[in-house]
Write a protein that binds this ligand. Sequence first.
Ligand code: ADP
Length: 175
Amino acid sequence: MTPSHARMVAWQGDITTLAVDAIVNAANSSLLGGGGVDGAIHRAAGPELLAECRTLGGCPTGEARITRGYRLPARHVIHAVGPVWSGGSHHEDELLASCYRNSLALAATQGLRTVAFPAISTGIYGFPIERAVRIAVAETARALDRYPNIEQVTFVCFSDDAYDLYTRELAALRP
Ligand code: ADP
């Protein structure tokens, strides 16, 4: 089995352009769309995505739900609901970790091999990016050890800053 550190990459750009098995959406608990990456995904996927999301009845923070990708190049969208940052003592770290864990568990159950994540909660939800990147990489590495059939996880970085942080965090894992 390829070690988990060799199955994670950082990539800078727009997540809606990626032809992977699933892109993860930083959704809100209504699953009915919002700003940031959520808005971009719904615009690119088309109205059918919102129609499927309406059937799901929302999603609690820390959990994830899967839909089709419609007009996206990605086959599926995994909608994960990250925590709103409120100082750090309201289980934000655990809830963010469970977004990555639950998203990858869903991907594995569905037989998906390539998954791309945005930096969940680090935009409108205000989670400090350096701390979020550490959690994202550590939790994903653990999940990849558990799910050998997931071939690659891409951490999609929207800013230079995010790209530098992910690159450094991933490099630290290499032997
Ligand atoms: P949240 O509400 O979870 O904070 P946001 O969408 O506001 O979600 O931001 C999450 C992250 O996604 C931020 O780091 C933001 O820069 C990034 N982002 C915004 N648009 C895109 C996009 N099209 N592709 C990839 N990442 C994006």
